[in-house]
Ligand binder design. Structure first.
Ligand SMILES: Nc1ncnc2c1ncn2[C@@H]1O[C@H](COP(=O)(O)OP(=O)(O)OP(=O)(O)O)[C@@H](O)[C@H]1O
Length: 782
C-alpha cells in the first residue's frame, strides 16, 4: 500500500467537502454547503482515511501483480484507498450505521456500499417542495411537515398492517401518510418529528394521501435535500431502511475522489456509456430515472465484460497447464468392469459423455468439464466412471456433494455400483467418506489415509475444502451440484494435492441453464450434456390444486392406496418450523404432526429437515429407501440428487413459495423408476401463478429454465446465486441478455490480440480484482 495515507487527509477531505459546498455539487440543487457543514462537524471523530488494517476486502490490500508484472496501476489513484476503507472511517457515517450495514447487508468497505445498488426502476422522482393544495392527484411531490399522530390497524381483507400518520404541512394543511406492513414507523418517527415525505399524491376519503412515500427526518428548520432528484430505493431491512442506506451512500459520494476509468475509451464510445465515476454517482444520486438507467447500463456492461475476460483468462491459464506427468499405465480396469456389470445399458447420451471424458482423461491437459443433465438423466454413473478411470491409472478421486445426505447417498450408490465387481476390503478401490459431522478421530484417520494414498476415493462435503485435507495423488475431482458451491470451490479442491499434477475436474449440475447462457457463464469449462432420460420412464403427471380445495381428501386417499401398493410419497413444505413472520406458511414439523395424528395415522410417516442430527437424517432416509417409512415429510433438503426409485408421489405444499427451478428439482425426485408418478402442487395461487402453470405444462428442464429467466423478477425466490451462475452484483440475465452478448463478443475481440490486456492495464487490474486468482485467494483466506 502506498505510504503516507494514514491520517493524511482530514484537511484534504474537509477542503474537498467545503469546495463541494462552494461550487455547488454536480446536482445543481444538491445542498453541498449543508453536507459540507455536516462533514466538518463529524470530521472531529474522523481518524483519517484507510489505515492499513482497515482494508476489509483483502483483495485490495494484497500487493497484486499486474499482467505485465508491474505494480497495480489503480493503486496509484487517490480513490483507491477510499474504496477499500472501512465505512466507519467515512465522515458522516457513524459507528452505529456502519455496524448495521455490516450486520444486515454484509457491507463493510466503501466499495461494498457503492456496489449495493438500488433496485432497478424503483426511483421515485419528486417535484419541488409543494403544497398538496396546489398540486393534483397523481403528481410527484415532496411535503415537509410535522407528524401529529399515528394510527395503526390491520385490514382484514388484504391482510395488510397499516400505519397511518397525520402530517401537518408547514403551510398548515393536513395530509395522510400511509405505510403498509411497516409497523416500526410510529416508533421510529414519533409525533412531533419533522419530516420530508416524497411520493405520488393520492386521495383517500377526500383527504390528500401519500402511500409508502420515502421519508427523511429533518432537524429543526432544515430543508429536504435534493428535492428535484430521483430518489433510489435500496434493498433494505426493517432495521436498516432505505433512507439510512441512501444517507450513508451520500456521505461516501461527498468525499470520494473521482473514480479512475478502466474501460477502454473506444468501448465506452461505442455504447455511449458514462464514465465509471459518472455511473457510480449516477446510479446512487441520479438527476432523473433516465440518468440512473444510463448508469446502470454502464455498470452492467462493465460487470459482464470483466466476467467474460476473467473466464477467458482462467481458461487460458488452465490450458497452459499440463499434468506434469504422463498418464501412468492402466492397472485396475475398474471403469470397464463397471460398465460390464451394469444392470442396464447406458443411454446414448451417457455413451457420448464417456467418449468425451475418455478424450479428456487421456490427454496431458487437465480436464475442465461441465456435465449438465436434467434431473434423473444418470449423471452419477458418468461421474463414477470418470473416478474409476482415475483409479485405473493409479491415482485418487474425490467427489464433493453439497449436503451430507447427498454425500452419503453417493457413497451408497458407489458401493452398489462396485459390489457386482467383486470388490471387497482386500480387492479393489478403497472408498471413504469425509463430512463435518464425523468424529474427529475418524476424520484424522481419513485425512491420514488420503495423504498417504491409502484411500483411493473419497466422497465428502465442504469438509473436503478445509485446511489439512491433502491428497497423495488426486487424479479426478467431481463437484456435484455446482450451484451450491462456486467457481472458487472447485478451484480450491483442485489445488489440494501434494504433488504438482493438476487433477481433472468434472462439474455436475442438474440446473438446466439455457444453452446460450451456459456457454457464457461457464466460459472456462467444456460442456457435456445428458439430454436423454433412461428408457422406460413415464412422464410425471403434474397437477396444481388450491390449498383449500376439497380434493385434498381425495389426494390423501390416493396416497394411502399407492403406498399400500409399495410405493412412497414425499410431502415437501417451505419451512422447518412454523414462523411468526411467515404466518400461515406450512412447516414440515406441523404438517408431520397433522398427518400422523390425522389422515395417515396408520401409515409409517417420517420427518426430514436440515436441522436434524446427521444420524437421525440417515436413519430416516434409510427407512424411506427400505420402505419402512412410506411417507416422508421434508423441507427442500431433498431437492437435489435424492434417488429413491420407488417414490412415485411428490406433494409440494405452498408451492408458490418455491422458485421454478427448485420445483423442477423437487419434482425430479419422483419418476425415477418405471412406474407412473405424480407431482401435486398445493397452492393458494393455484389459479394464477405462472411458475406453477409452466411446471404443469412441461417436464423439459431447459424449456423451464428459459421460462424461469423470463418470469424471474425482483422478489422472486430465485437469484443468480441459486441458479448456479456466478454472483453478479448488478447484471440480470433475464433483461440484460443483449449486454451479455455484446460483452462476450467484445471480450473475445479484446483478448484475441492482447490476451493479458497489457494495453489496458486498468481493465486488467479490474478483471483481476473481480475474478482473478487474487480474488479466489482472498475468498479462501477470508
Ligand atoms: N442408462 C440407464 N438406464 C436405466 N437407468 C439408469 C441409467 N442410468 C442411470 N439410471 C438410473 O437412473 C436413476 C437416476 O440416476 P442419477 O441418480 O445418476 O441421476 P442424476 O442425473 O444424478 O439425477 P439428479 O440430478 O436428479 O440427481 C438412478 O436410479 C440410476 O440407477
Amino acid at each position: 500500500m502506498p505510504p503516507g495515507r494514514r491520517g493524511r487527509s482530514l484537511a484534504v477531505l474537509a477542503g474537498r467537502a467545503s469546495a463541494a459546498g462552494r461550487h455547488g455539487h454536480r446536482r445543481g440543487g444538491n445542498p453541498g454547503a449543508y453536507r459540507a457543514a455536516r462533514i466538518l462537524t463529524t470530521a472531529r471523530a474522523f481518524r483519517g482515511p484507510p489505515r492499513g488494517g482497515a482494508y476489509t476486502a483483502g483483495v485490495d490490500a494484497r500487493p497484486s501483480q499486474s499482467a505485465s508484472g508491474g505494480a497495480d496501476p489503480a493503486s496509484a489513484d487517490p480513490a483507491w484507498p477510499w474504496l477499500a476503507a472501512d465505512l466507519e472511517e467515512v465522515p458522516g457515517i457513524g459507528a452505529r450505521t456502519a455496524a448495521a450495514l455490516r450486520r444486515h447487508l454484509g457491507v463493510r468497505a466503501v466499495r461494498d456500499l457503492l456496489e449495493h445498488y438500488p433496485y432497478r426502476g424503483r426511483y421515485r422522482e419528486v417535484g419541488p417542495v409543494a403544497s398538496s393544495q396546489q398540486t393534483g392527484v397523481g403528481q410527484s411531490v415532496t411535503i415537509v411537515g410535522t407528524i401529529e399522530s399515528w394510527q395503526t390497524f390491520d385490514t382484514r381483507r388484504s391482510n395488510l398492517k397499516l400505519s397511518k400518520a397525520t402530517l401537518v404541512e408547514d403551510g398548515g394543511s393536513v395530509v395522510d401518510v400511509t405505510f403498509f406492513n411497516q409497523r416500526w414507523r410510529p416508533r421510529r418517527h414519533p409525533p412531533g418529528t419533522r419530516v420530508a415525505v416524497s411520493g405520488t399524491l393520492d386521495e383517500f376519503r377526500g383527504r390528500p394521501q401519500l402511500k409508502n412515500p420515502s421519508l427523511a427526518e429533518l432537524d429543526g428548520d432544515e430543508q429536504p435535500p435534493d428535492t428535484r432528484a430521483a430518489h433510489p430505493t435500496y434493498p433494505a431491512t426493517e432495521a436498516l431502511p432505505t433512507h439510512r442506506i441512501a444517507a450513508a451512500v451520500n456521505a461516501v459520494l461527498d468525499v470520494l475522489p473521482p473514480l479512475p476509468e478502466h474501460l477502454p475509451e473506444e468501448l465506452r464510445a461505442r455504447y455511449g456509456l458514462p464514465t465509471l465515476d459518472g455511473a457510480v454517482r449516477g446510479i446512487h444520486r441520479p438527476r432523473d430515472a433516465a440518468e440512473a438507467e444510463r448508469a446502470r447500463h454502464r455498470l452492467v456492461y462493465d460487470e459482464l465484460l470483466c466476467l467474460q475476460l476473467g473466464l477467458q483468462q482462467r481458461r487460458a491459464r488452465l490450458e497452459a497447464e499440463t499434468r506434469g506427468l504422463e498418464q501412468q499405465p492402466q492397472r485396475g480396469g475398474w471403469a470397464d468392469a463397471l460398465l460390464e456389470a451394469l444392470p442396464f445399458p447406458p443411454t446414448n447420451a451417457q455413451w457420448l459423455a464417456f467418449a468425451e471424458l475418455a478424450g479428456d482423461l487421456g490427454s496431458v491437459k487437465p480436464m475442465h468439464r461441465l456435465l449438465q443433465g436434467d434431473v434423473g438423466s444418470g449423471k452419477t454413473l458418468v461421474a463414477a466412471w470418470a473416478m474409476l478411470t482415475a483409479l485405473d491409472h493409479g491415482r485418487q478421486a474425490a467427489l464433493m456433494a453439497p449436503t451430507e445426505v447427498l454425500a452419503e447417498q453417493h457413497l451408497r450408490t458407489l458401493d452398489d455400483l462396485l459390489a457386482p465387481l467383486g470388490v471387497n476390503l482386500l480387492v479393489g478401490p478403497r472408498v471413504g467418506l469425509l463430512t463435518g459431522s464425523q468424529s474427529s478421530r475418524r476424520r484424522r484417520e481419513v485425512l491420514a489415509e488420503l495423504h498417504s494414498g491409502e484411500l483411493d476415493l473419497v466422497v465428502g462435503t465442504h469438509a473436503l475444502l478445509e485446511p489439512g485435507v491433502w491428497f497423495a495423488d488426486l487424479g479426478v475431482v467431481v463437484v456435484d451440484e455446482q450451484h451450491r458451491f462456486g467457481v472458487e470451490h472447485r478451484m480450491r479442491l483442485r489445488d489440494k494435492r501434494v504433488d504438482e499434477h493438476a487433477p481433472d475436474v468434472l462439474v455436475m449440475t442438474a440446473t438446466p441453464i439455457p444453452r446460450s447462457l451456459a456457454l457464457t457463464f461457464y466460459g472456462d469449462l467444456d460442456l457435456a450434456i445428458l439430454d436423454e432420460l433412461p428408457p422406460g420412464r413415464q412422464p410425471i403427471r403434474t397437477e396444481v390444486i388450491h390449498t383449500a380445495s376439497s380434493r385434498r381428501k381425495k389426494l390423501e386417499a390416493f396416497v394411502r392406496e399407492r403406498v399400500s401398493a409399495g410405493e412412497r410419497c414425499y410431502v415437501v413444505c417451505p419451512l422447518v418450523e412454523p414462523s411468526e413472520a411467515l404466518d400461515g406458511v406450512k412447516s414440515a414439523t406441523d404438517e408431520y404432526r397433522r398427518l400422523v395424528e390425522g389422515p395417515f395415522a396408520d401409515l409409517d410417516v417420517g420427518l426430514l429437515h436440515g436441522q436434524l442430527p446427521t444420524a437421525e437424517k440417515d436413519a430416516v432416509m434409510d427407512a424411506f429407501r427400505a420402505g419402512d417409512v412410506q411417507v416422508l415429510v421434508a423441507t427442500s433438503v431433498i431437492e437435489v440428487g435424492l434417488d429413491v426409485p420407488a417414490a412415485t408421489i411428490m406433494i409440494i405444499e405452498d408451492a408458490h413459495r418455491f422458485g421454478l427451478s427448485q420445483l423442477h428439482q423437487l419434482r425430479g425426485r419422483v419418476g425415477r423408476g418405471g412406474a407412473q408418478s405424480w407431482c401435486v402442487l398445493m397452492s393458494e395461487e393455484a389459479d394464477d401463478n405462472p411458475r406453477l402453470r409452466a411446471l404443469a405444462s412441461t417436464r423439459d428442464g431447459f424449456e423451464l429454465a428459459e421460462t424461469d429467466l423470463e418470469l424471474r423478477g425482483e422478489g422472486s425466490l430465485f437469484d443468480t446465486r441459486q441458479s448456479g451462475l456466478p454472483d453478479l452484483t448488478i447484471a440480470r440475465l433475464d433483461t440484460d441478455r443483449d449486454v451479455v452478448r455484446h460483452a462476450r463478443d467484445d471480450a473475445r475481440l479484446l483478448a484475441a490480440d492482447d490476451p493479458t490486456l497489457e494495453r489496458h492495464p486498468r481493465l486488467a487490474a479490474e478483471v483481476r480484482r473481480r475474478y482473478g486468482d487474487d480474488a479466489l485467494d482472498a475468498l479462501e483466506s477470508g
